[in-house]
Each structure stands twice: as structure tokens, then as C-alpha cells.
Design a protein around this ligand. Structure first.
Ligand code: MN
Ligand code: MN
Length: 311
């Protein structure tokens, strides 16, 4: 016997088949009415902070298309997401493709609205620069929180071409502005060639924890799980390039030697029990994808976020 739904839930596929209709995330209702809503999926179609291959602006639409096969029950957690939570597709934030500052302002404002209504946000980026305004908005509501980030890159560069804001700098800026403390930043999947030998020294000086691929293969998530302060909530940011391009080719700055699809899903599952204040899935660039493997994985990872939120 199924229990009562908590509120908004996906359309019944036996009435409206999954391959039809307008694609919202997981076929959830698209609304901006936040009364009674627990969680919202939203898009940030912006790639003006990209330093290499652009295209993440097209990710929210592509992930929505791939997400129509997402169902209701998380088999490992044994939870029916929509019996626990009322969930909507909020639509996209109005980004200005020619202006980083105006886009960041729009993101911070819309996140303010969502957080004020007590809604747990899940963002589909967008390039990773948009994490900066998201976490600035989070800081207005939550005094202390940490960051768990899956990424090939640390995103702690200081600048590029003299610009302080791009997808390689959000973590640096957020620590500079004391939105984050380095000791509460945990990065999984870090790998690949660096520009200079001392590129990691700033990260070390801030106390950021990196879980590189050798260590991941030796110990899994144990290092991170042992070090996490469980007394604070976390924001979970997933840059799809944390995954190996063999499993996620559709991204702008791919780095070989990363996590497999299964490893990524399993890592996220292992974070059960932590309190989360928000989630994002960034850097999918659908035009480099093949057979939807990246967008299907992005959609599955968002389902994992929903599972963590519903436990
Ligand atoms: Mn990143
Ligand atoms: Mn990255």
C-alpha cells in the first residue's frame, strides 16, 4: 500500500507517458508558488564564466530531457522521495549571457526568495562560477556550513586574464569573503596537471581537504567521512568533470582518470546522515555528450541528492 504524497510529485506515467509532454525535471510540476514546497529543482543556464569549452548554458534543458526516467523510490535508502517531500521544478533563473555581475545578482536574489520560503534548492548549472552567488545567498541564512565538492579542479585559482570571477575561482572568492572556512571544504576527485608546483600551497594554507584519485582508490570516502564536522550542515556541489570523461564526456574542461558513474553515485550515497542546505550539479555541456550518457548521469546524481534530502 502506498502512503499519501507530501504534496507536489511527478506526473503519473500511466496517464501521461514519460516520453511526452513538456520536459520538467523528473516530470515535476513547474510552478513558482512556494507555499508548502520542501524542495525545488532549478536551472541556471549560464556559461559566461567558462575558460575553455563553453556550452553549460544548454545543460538545464538537456538534463530535464534525460530526467524523465527518474522514478520515485530510492532503492538503497528505501525511501519514497515524494511521500516525504513536496518537490517542484522552479524553472530557470533569468541569466544575462553577456554579464557575469548581473547574472550573479539575479542568482543571489532568487536564492534569497527560495531560502526565505524554506525551500531546499537543487541547481542545474551552468558553469561552476555560479556557485559563488549561491553560497553568498546561503550565508545570509546559515551562519556556519561546509562545502563538499566533487570536481577534477579545486576552483581556488586567484584569477585568469586578470579576471577574479570565472569557473576556476569560486572557492577562492568564497573563502576570501569568509563565506566558507577552508577547514570545512572537502574536495573529491581532484587530479590532473597544474600550472605551477605551488598551486596547491594556498589550498593547504587554508586547510582544505583534497581527496585525490590514488587516495580515493585506496580508502574510498573514509578520509573525508572521518574528517567531516558533523555538527554543521553542508552544501554539496557536484562538478560533472569530477567524473572520468569516459563516463561523462559532455563537459567543458574534462580531465581523464576520474570517478566512474558507479563510484560517483556510491560516494554521494555514503553522505547519508549529514544535514544538507542545498545541492548543485554543474558543468554539463551537452554538445560534447554522446548517447546522453552525461545528462543521464547528471539526472541520476540529482536523484541521489533527492534521496539524501528525503531520508
Ligand atoms: Mn568546478
Ligand atoms: Mn571542474
Amino acid at each position: 500500500m502506498s502512503k499519501k504524497l507530501a504534496g507536489h510529485a511527478p506526473k503519473n506515467p500511466l496517464l501521461s507517458p514519460r516520453f511526452g509532454d513538456i520536459a520538467t525535471f523528473a516530470r515535476l510540476p513547474h510552478t513558482r508558488e512556494l507555499k508548502g514546497v520542501d524542495m525545488a529543482v532549478l536551472g541556471i543556464p549560464f556559461d559566461g564564466g567558462t575558460t575553455y569549452r563553453p556550452g553549460a548554458r544548454f545543460a538545464p534543458r538537456a538534463i530535464r530531457n534525460a530526467s524523465v526516467m527518474n522514478r520515485n523510490v530510492h532503492p538503497d535508502h528505501g525511501v519514497h522521495i515524494y511521500e516525504k517531500l513536496s518537490v517542484i521544478d522552479w524553472g530557470d533563473i533569468n541569466c544575462n549571457p553577456l554579464n557575469l555581475k548581473k547574472t550573479f545578482d539575479a542568482i543571489e536574489k532568487d536564492y534569497g526568495t527560495l531560502l526565505k520560503a524554506g525551500v531546499l534548492p537543487i541547481a542545474m548549472g551552468g558553469d561552476h562560477s555560479v556557485m559563488y552567488p549561491i553560497l553568498r545567498a546561503m550565508k545570509k541564512k546559515h551562519k556556519h556550513f561546509g562545502l563538499i565538492q566533487f570536481d577534477a579542479h579545486t576552483d581556488t585559482a586567484d584569477q585568469a586574464w586578470g579576471e577574479k570571477f570565472h569557473h576556476g575561482t569560486p572557492v577562492r572568492r568564497l573563502i576570501d569573503e569568509k563565506v566558507l572556512e577552508g577547514k570545512n571544504v572537502f574536495q573529491v576527485g581532484i587530479r590532473g596537471p597544474l600550472t605551477s608546483v605551488d598551486q596547491m600551497s594556498w589550498d593547504e594554507s587554508q586547510g582544505i581537504t583534497h581527496l585525490g584519485m590514488d587516495e580515493f582508490h585506496a580508502t574510498g570516502m573514509r578520509t573525508i567521512l572521518a574528517k567531516l564536522d558533523t555538527g554543521i550542515p553542508y552544501y554539496l556541489s557536484f562538478d560533472i568533470d569530477g567524473i572520468d570523461p569516459a563516463f561523462a564526456p559532455g563537459t567543458g574542461t574534462p580531465v581523464v582518470g576520474g570517478l566512474s558513474s558507479y563510484e560517483a553515485l556510491s560516494c554521494v550515497r555514503k553522505l547519508r546522515g549529514l544535514k544538507f542546505i542545498g545541492f548543485d550539479l554543474m558543468e554539463v555541456a551537452p554538445m560534447y555528450d554522446h548517447a546522453e550518457i552525461t545528462t543521464m548521469l547528471a539526472s541520476a546524481l540529482i536523484f541521489e541528492f533527492m534521496g539524501l534530502a528525503a531520508i
